[in-house]
Structures are given as structure tokens and as C-alpha cells.
Design a protein around this ligand. Structure first.
Ligand code: AMP
Length: 495
């Protein structure tokens, strides 16, 4: 059963982290994963090497459920990688938790992946026909098998050979006993940045992870670039030809943290500009502007500034409830929203309200919030969305519902307005979005808004497409918490 057919909400991308050259590599990776937690809350893990032994700690749940600072700090090693996961391919089970660790003829290899491969199904079938045995149902394992097959010329060459066969979106971080390697797909769809902490080098999905450990951001890893961190420092090469950049625009709109910089641009600043543009293109006769915490606060502040209206705290978020979309079923999802956000009657009562949100996917949140504001006494509710209608599924690492569940896939703006019961509704146009982000249109992936997919989607399998019965030893959902952790596995060189 696909996630969408279980009635779950849209999913975020994953987060990856890697560090080389620091005596406390595991502890810094642990901090880095905390900073990337917003990118995935299903599982977390890290792999650390001291040049002789490779140790793995991973499990289901939040970083704080899976990893303990005391244990992590005692893991010896000067290089480490880590991962926080949302499943976009392969279900939420311990076997699928990353980093994935495999043993092949050259030793131990760990891999952490953010993204989604669009030809993984075919590759997997081919590998299985040739005798490969898969332990997981994640597309990342396909990469590991391909690397093992190409392994005779050394790891770096094997990674390049493997990735030549792979299509789709990936920001990958690898670790073997004595190096960390980062690679970004030729379109640069998912983000990956390089940073520096004294003599150590760091890779992370977002620069907020550098801030968390006191590292300096150096630059984004380029599309198709391979960055090798080892004893010699940093080596880089254009591993795969990149004919076009297509950075995911939804990172700017929703996915990334506001304190991260992508391609040198601060995410909060971009969101604020999107809000300003929204106010210019779609003004509303209103008394106050409110944003949906937390992801829409920047855009709402921009809208208010541009419109000359007071920005008010009309919605209060209970920060101890997880993100809405962690809820496993539609019923729980709806009550999750209720638990999570409350309206501030004192602010709302008798007012004409502009409600700014970053996006509408199914329309569930918007309809709920409009009702909530009316119940709190709003005279009018004008919904303004700081992105275009989300009308197409993402196949590059953001788990969106089935096409038919995307409210904008088949409905006009007026139909959506009626469905969410707003007095008025407006979205940013694609042109306004591109102009405001300020990058060339051809340099962005806008597929969720335009349906123009930069990488052909060959195998549009659902994320559970490979689940032909449970993987041995991992049947069903593994509950969150340390008890579920596969932690403590040690791979020794020469074992
Ligand atoms: P929906 O209720 O399905 O329309 O979801 C829209 C709400 O979810 C908005 O408030 C967004 O901030 C948030 N959102 C947008 N995209 C995603 C995503 N990929 N994962 C989780 N939440 C999202």
C-alpha cells in the first residue's frame, strides 16, 4: 500500500551529514543531525570510523530517540557520516534506516542518501536477475550493489561508474574506513554544502548544520561534483557531466530551515521576498496578517511589511507535537492539526485576516485553519499562498500524495477557495516565484508546479513498490525509541 493510499500527508526530504578530520567526529555528526531533524523524523543514524573499525548506531525515531550523547561521544573516530530519514522509497522500517552499511570486496562502505532514484526499479530487477540479494527496500541499496560490482578499480571510480547508471535526485554521502565522499546528482536537485571546522571538512544537506557545530560554510557542492575528504584534505572532481542545474525550488519555499543558505541565498530572506511579492500581486482588504507557524512566518512577515498591515500572532503552535505529517493516518492527522495549532481569539476576533501559508498540498490544513479562525471570531479570512498551486507529484525525494489527492491537480483556484471556505484565495504565479527567487528559470526544478520534470521519470513506483512481503527480521513497523536501535554494530577492517 502506498503512503498516499494510507491517507498520510506529504513528506519531507531526508538529511545527510559527513565530517572528516575531527577527533570527535561522531559527536559533531550527532549535533549536525539535530540541526537537520526537520528533514526527516522516521529514523536516524550515524556511522563512524577510526581507520580500523567502522561503528554504526541507528534506529527508528528522532535523533534524540535513537542516539544518546554519552554513547555517541565515546565512539572513536575522526570521520563519520549521518542521516535523518523520511521514506520516499521503501517503507519506514529499521532495515531501511540509514546510513546503509555494506561489506564488499574492498571493505566496509556506508552510504547516506537524500533524494529518490527514478530508474531504481529497473536497476534492481536487473541486479536481482543477475543474482544480487537485497536486504532492504530502499533505492539506496541499488547504489551500493552497483558500487560493489564496479569495485575493482577502487571506491571513487566505482562510485562514478555506479552513478552513471543511476538516474534521479541524490545528495549522497559515503564513508569507508578512511574517507568521506559526497556526490550531488548532475542536476543538483537536492542540496549539499561543503563546510570547514578548523582542520576538519564537513558536508551537510543544509548550512544550518554547519552553524550547529561552529563550522564555516565554504560553498555548495556543484551538480555532478564529487568531493573527497581524506588525509590529504579536500579533493574534488566533476564526476558526472552536468548539462543543466535544476535545484528544487520547494527547498526555498518549505523544506529548508530559514537559517540555511542555498546557493548563497538565505532561505528566510527568499521567503520574505516571496511574501512581499504576494502582497503586491494579490493585495487584500484586511486588518491583520498572520502566518502559519513555523514555515510561513517569513513569508507572512514579508506580506505584512509590503501591505503596510500589522503582523500578528494569530496562531499559536504547540511545539511539543511533531510535524503534522508524522501522523500515520488521516484521522490522526486531522486531530494532530487540532492539537498543534490554536487560534488567539484576542487577536482574531472581529478582524479581517490575511492568512499566509507557504503551500497548499491536499488543502486539509488550509480548510482547518480557515474554520479555526472563523471560530475565533474572524470577520473575513483571505488566504494567500506564497507559492503556485502544487499540482504534480514529486519523484525526486519529496513524498507527495497521489496526483488525485493534490487539490490543485484538478481544481481551479475558485474551486479550492470554496473547498477551504475562504473569503478569497490567491497563489503566487510561477513567473513571480522564479523572478523572486532570482535564479534562472532553467536552473530550478519547478516540476511540482509546472509538471516539467528535468529527469525522466521511468519507474514511477510507489515508495512501497518493492515490498513483496516483509524483509526477514523487520516485519511491520518498528516502534520509535532506543529499544529499536540496531546500534552497536562494529565492522572491523579485515573481518
Ligand atoms: P495540506 O494540508 O496537505 O494542504 O498541506 C499543506 C501544509 O503542509 C502547509 O501548511 C505546508 O506548510 C505543509 N507542507 C507543504 N509541503 C509539505 C511537505 N512536503 N511535507 C510536509 N508538510 C508540507
Amino acid at each position: 500500500m502506498s503512503r498516499a493510499s494510507r491517507g498520510e500527508g506529504p513528506r519531507d526530504a531526508c538529511g545527510v551529514f559527513g565530517i572528516y578530520g575531527h577527533p570527535e567526529a561522531a559527536r559533531l555528526t550527532y549535533y549536525g543531525l539535530f540541526a537537520l531533524q526537520h528533514r526527516g523524523q522516521e529514523s536516524a543514524g550515524l556511522v563512524v570510523s577510526d581507520g580500523c573499525s567502522v561503528r554504526v548506531e541507528k534506529g527508528m525515531g528522532l535523533v534524540s530517540d535513537v542516539l544518546e550523547e554519552g554513547t555517541v561521544s565515546r565512539l572513536p573516530g575522526h570521520l563519520a557520516i549521518g542521516h535523518v530519514r523520511y521514506s520516499t522509497a521503501g517503507s519506514s522500517t529499521l532495515a531501511n534506516a540509514q546510513p546503509l552499511v555494506v561489506r564488499y570486496r574492498k571493505g566496509v562502505l556506508a552510504v547516506a542518501h537524500n533524494g529518490n532514484l527514478t530508474n531504481a526499479h529497473r536497476l534492481r530487477e536487473r541486479l536481482e536477475e543477475a543474482g544480487s540479494i537485497f536486504q532492504t527496500t530502499v533505492d539506496t541499496e541499488v547504489i551500493a550493489h552497483l558500487i560493489a560490482r564496479h569495485g575493482k578499480n577502487g571506491l571513487e571510480a566505482a562510485i562514478v561508474e555506479a552513478l552513471r547508471e543511476v538516474e534521479g535526485a541524490y545528495a549522497l554521502v559515503f564513508l569507508d574506513e578512511d574517507r568521506v565522499i559526497g556526490v550531488r546528482d548532475p542536476f543538483g536537485i537536492r542540496p549539499l554544502s561543503l563546510g570547514r571546522l578548523g582542520g576538519a571538512w564537513v558536508l551537510a544537506s543544509e548550512t544550518c548544520a554547519f552553524d550547529a557545530i561552529g563550522a564555516e560554510p565554504v560553498r555548495d557542492v556543484e551538480p555532478g561534483e564529487m568531493v573527497v575528504l581524506d588525509q590529504a584534505g579536500v579533493r574534488t572532481r566533476q564526476a558526472l557531466e552536468s548539462r543543466r542545474r535544476a535545484a528544487c525550488v520547494f527547498e526555498y519555499i518549505y523544506l529548508a530551515r530559514p537559517d540555511s543558505n542555498l546557493q548563497g541565498m538565505n532561505v528566510h530572506a527568499v521567503r520574505k521576498q516571496l511574501g512581499r511579492r504576494l502582497a503586491r500581486d494579490h493585495p487584500a482588504e484586511a486588518d491583520i496578517v498572520i502566518g502559519v507557524p513555523d514555515s510561513s512566518i517569513s513569508a507572512a512577515a514579508g506580506y505584512a511589511e509590503e501591505a503596510g498591515l500589522p503582523y500578528e500572532m494569530g496562531l499559536v503552535k504547540n511545539r511539543y507535537v511533531g510535524r503534522t505529517f508524522i501522523m500515520p493516518a488521516q484521522g490522526q492527522r486531522a486531530s494532530g492539526v487540532r492539537l498543534k495549532l490554536n487560534a488567539l481569539r484576542k487577536v482574531i476576533e472581529g478582524r479581517r485576516v490575511v492568512l499566509v501559508d507557504d503551500s497548499i498540498v491536499r488543502g486539509t490544513t488550509a480548510r482547518y485553519l480557515v474554520r479555526l479562525l472563523r471560530e475565533a471570531g474572524a470577520r473575513q479570512v483571505h488566504v494567500r499562498i506564497a507559492s503556485p498551486p502544487y499540482a504534480n507529484a514529486c519523484f525526486y525525494g519529496v513524498d507527495t500524495p497521489d496526483h488525485k489527492e493534490l487539490v490543485a491537480a484538478s481544481r481551479s483556484v475558485e474551486d479550492i477557495r470554496r473547498q477551504i471556505e475562504a473569503d478569497s484565495l490567491a497563489f503566487l504565479s510561477v513567473e513571480a516565484l522564479v523572478e523572486t527567487v532570482g535564479l534562472p528559470r532553467g536552473g530550478l526544478c519547478l516540476a511540482c508546479f509546472t509538471g516539467e520534470y528535468p529527469v525522466a521519470v521511468q519507474d514511477a513506483v510507489g515508495k512501497d513498490g518493492w515490498e513483496r512481503g516483509p524483509v526477514p527480521g523487520t516485519a511491520g513497523q518498528v516502534p520509535a525509541g532506543r529499544a529499536a536501535a540496531a546500534g552497536g554494530t562494529v565492522y572491523r577492517v579485515g573481518d
